[in-house]
Design a binder for this molecule. Structure first.
Ligand code: NAD
Ligand code: TDX
Length: 345
């Protein structure tokens, strides 16, 4: 029998946790989740790139959460910091495919050299490590393929982003096998929810509508993504940290397959617009067709279940969040759209 999913405060076996990338979208949601569901002391290690926001950490208790501003590839900073902690949960990354096509260099630096630097630090200090990765390392599926990605799907990354994430996954497994590093890995599907940067698909479309413009669909809009609420990603990562087996990989997904056209139509309906009120724009180079996750291992071994099984309800809540939090997203909106406009997107 798998252990029951716990919704009361859980006691992490370890109490001092570094969350890299904790000022970004998924990392900040995870920090809020950790504070709500554990007694851990949290150190956010974040370079505060364009993708970060201090405001995403606002309201957290100062005696539980502190922010260290710095680069995960800076060994002189990272090694002593890691040695003061019990666990590192590694979210920091350059995360946007479109940016990796424009300039892959920061992706190699952060996703590969940064992960290497953290692995060396946890190896020296004997600290537990959880590596957060993506389903994009497996490439893409045909629309009618009955298979979904699982823990043994061969790696076949398409973009500079996914290639660097694949490289980082391989480094983690090598450090487990060669040096006995106490690490677990997870590969999750597309996240949505509060505090996601307006460069990403769902927040871009919602905020375009809120700005009085039209959503922008790459190509025909037939590409399928497997959506999961970021809160469900957080509960899965916490379950793996607490109960996952060292050296193992767990795929995280919530059976949320939708094509991009369907999602745009749902957002248009939620915002009271006509179903056809969007534009087709230049497609992404090398655009992956479909991602789909089989999360059987996570569910059977660790007893994890998503709380946001209803994508329509989670999307409605997300539309409401962006409607109420213009102050949070407005500062990044203009520059993001200017960069897209320069590429015809
Ligand atoms: P994000 O771009 O919103 O946030 C990334 C954070 O990392 C930012 O706060 C940024 O300042 C920080 N960062 C970047 N480079 C750094 C460096 N060199 N040193 C320290 N901090 C640095 O990304 P996200 O969407 O929240 O993704 C977080 C993680 O989850 C990534 O590892 C990503 O690959 C993975 N992931 C994302 C998704 C998704 O749908 N967004 C899905 C699966 C996995
Ligand atoms: O304006 C847009 N129009 C559009 O049609 C944008 C920004 C995107 N798209 C399409 C491209 C994708 O098919 O929407 C889909 C989702 O795009 P993104 O939000 O850029 O996500 P994706 O490229 O699928 O990658 C995301 O999920 C996996 C995250 O950004 C990655 O960090 C994660 O690893």
């Amino acid at each position: 029998m798998p252990p029951a999913v716990r919704d009361l405060h859980t006691l992490l076996p370890v109490q001092r946790v570094i969350v890299t990338g904790g000022a970004g979208f998924i990392g900040s949601n995870f920090v809020h989740h950790l504070v709500r569901h554990t007694d851990a002391q949290v150190t956010v290690l974040d370079k505060l790139t364009y993708a970060a926001s201090r405001a995403s950490l606002a309201g957290l208790p100062e005696d539980r959460v502190r922010l260290v501003v710095g680069d995960i590839a800076d060994a002189a900073l990272v090694e002593p910091l890691v040695a003061e902690h019990d666990t590192v949960v590694h979210y920091a990354a350059e995360s946007h495919n479109d940016n990796s096509l424009a300039d892959p260099s920061p992706f190699v630096h952060t996703n590969i050299v940064g992960t290497f630097t953290l692995l060396e630090a946890v190896r020296k200090a004997g600290v537990r490590f959880h590596h957060v990765s993506t389903d994009e390392v497996y490439g893409d599926l045909e629309l009618d393929d009955p298979e979904r990605f699982h823990e043994h799907t061969p790696y076949r990354p398409s973009s500079p982003y996914s290639a660097t994430k694949a490289g980082s996954d391989h480094l983690v497994r090598a450090w487990v096998r060669s040096f006995g590093v106490q690490a677990t890995l997870s590969n999750c599907s597309n996240n949505y929810g509060p505090w996601q940067h307006v460069e990403k698909f769902i927040p871009r479309q919602i905020t375009e509508i809120l700005e009085g413009r039209r959503p922008r669909l790459y190509g025909k809009g037939e590409n399928v993504r497997d959506w999961i609420h970021t809160e469900d990603h957080s509960s899965a990562v916490l379950a793996i940290i607490e109960r996952g087996r060292i050296g193992e990989t767990y795929l995280i997904g919530a059976d949320g397959e939708k094509n991009n056209l369907e999602v745009v139509r749902m957002i248009l309906e939620l915002t009271g617009r006509d179903a056809g009120d969007f534009e087709h724009v230049t497609d992404r180079a090398g655009h992956d067709l479909r991602y789909a996750i089989d999360s059987t291992k996570l569910r059977t071994e660790l007893g994890w279940r998503p709380a946001y099984a209803d994508f329509a309800a989670g999307l409605a809540q997300t539309v409401e969040w962006y409607t109420q939090h213009r102050d949070w997203w407005a500062p990044a909106k203009h520059a993001t759209e200017a960069a897209y406009a320069a590429k015809g997107q």
